[in-house]
Design a protein around this ligand. Structure first.
Ligand SMILES: Cc1ncc(COP(=O)(O)O)c(C=O)c1O
Length: 380
């Protein structure tokens, strides 16, 4: 029965999440450890090369988390006390705590009901003189309407940060997410498609921005440009205040292997995602997201709209299938100033979205069982 189940004790169940670690990571880690170079070094550089190549981005910075990537991006744009940043209220709260950490205010624009992404029209309505940046999240790895949002960013000369934490391997109009030319922030936290425990990356196409980001991640010094003095390792003045958010070579070793396995992971997720979309189409109580034809999702997660979500969750859990709500609406947290009832689509989504399991640990029997149960619930 659901009440007795502690999360960490779950056995014999289909879980919402799993962690994908290619076991050859262990051999690669041994090599790095034996080399004794465990600080930011050759592996971190290799990882950035892999990222640049994959996303067709000019520049890549490696960090210690997605949250750090967002914070560094905001700091590099110059977001500060008193500024406003237009953002989505439907995301993991890191998207918006990064704004608070810079002393700025997240201004929430409503989302689309059909894909859970921030609405471009709603972004435009929120722009004012204080707006210093726009953040969008490619929610569930299903890309936002990027052309429209980029146009708003260009027209108003307000930088766009793409929170790509869910979107490793997704594409928009044939371009990999991360290669759009905006500032793109990735997370490699444990349930992400590419993981190294914790880690992050930022891509961009602007040299100036790249250099700022490189110095923000390490105390205000750009390690690549730093003068080497035989006596004093940091003889110059830092380029303003920086953080300690660089990726080390142990983490980077892990991340390189995970990157090399990306296509395998994407392939399996695509199979599961497409089976769900085929088999769960046209139900009456359970509705799929809108996956637009010009975008390629990576199925990082599989959210659906469900009538009577609590009843559905109990039914699934009682049949040994774990289903979860991924995020609370961020304005429900008092740090963001309280619930904004005017966010109409968010009000609906907050009541009816839930995740079905999707990960590399699922076998055919699991997938069939999930589909059967969803059908059974739909008919009940
Ligand atoms: C949308 C989104 N943004 C940011 C983050 C933060 O990433 P990290 O946990 O690597 O700091 C997450 C993490 O899950 C996320 O889902």
């Amino acid at each position: 029965m659901i009440n007795n189940k502690l999360d960490y004790k779950i056995e014999n169940e289909i879980r919402t999440w799993n962690v994908n670690i290619p076991m050859r990571v262990i051999g690669e880690l041994k090599k790095t450890i034996k080399s004794k170079w465990i600080n930011t070094g050759p592996k971190e550089k290799k990882f950035r090369e892999l990222i640049k190549k994959r996303f067709k981005a000019k520049y890549a910075v490696a960090t210690n988390s997605g949250t750090s990537s967002l914070r560094c991006a905001l700091a590099s744009i110059g977001v500060k006390n008193g500024d406003e940043v237009i953002s989505t209220p439907y995301t993991w709260l890191a998207t918006n705590t990064a704004i608070l950490e810079q002393g700025a205010k997240p201004v929430f624009a409503d989302i689309n009901y059909d894909d859970l992404n921030i609405s471009a029209d709603e972004i435009e309505k929120k722009i004012n003189k204080k707006t210093k940046a726009i953040i969008c999240v490619h929610y569930a790895g299903n890309p936002v309407e990027l052309d429209k949002i980029k146009k708003i960013s260009r027209d108003h000369k307000i930088p766009l940060i793409e929170d790509c934490a869910h979107a490793m391997g997704s594409e928009y109009k044939g371009v990999p997410i991360g290669g759009s030319g905006s500032i793109c922030c990735f997370s490699f936290q444990c349930v992400k498609i590419v993981t190294c425990g914790d880690g992050g990356a930022i891509t961009c196409n602007d040299k100036n921005m790249y250099e700022k980001l490189q110095s923000k991640i390490w105390y205000g010094f750009n390690k690549e440009k730093k003068k080497i003095d035989f006596l004093n390792p940091v003889s110059e003045n830092p380029d303003g205040l920086g953080f300690k958010m660089n990726m080390n070579d142990i983490v980077a070793t892990f991340a390189c292997v995970a990157m090399e396995e990306l296509d395998k992971s994407l392939k399996k997720r695509k199979i599961i995602g497409e089976i769900y979309r085929k088999e769960l189409n046209n139900l009456s109580k359970v509705k799929l997201l809108n996956y637009k034809i010009d975008r390629k999702p990576n199925y990082q997660i599989f959210p659906v709209h469900v009538q009577n979500r609590t009843k559905f969750a109990k039914f699934m859990w009682n049949n040994n299938v774990q289903v979860n709500i991924n995020n609370r609406r961020n304005d429900a947290y008092s740090i963001f100033g309280g619930i904004n009832k005017n966010l109409k689509n968010l009000n609906k989504v907050d009541k009816d979205v839930i995740l079905l399991p999707i990960h590399l640990g699922l076998n055919k029997r699991d997938i069939n069982r999930i589909i059967e149960l969803v059908h059974k619930f739909d008919k009940s």
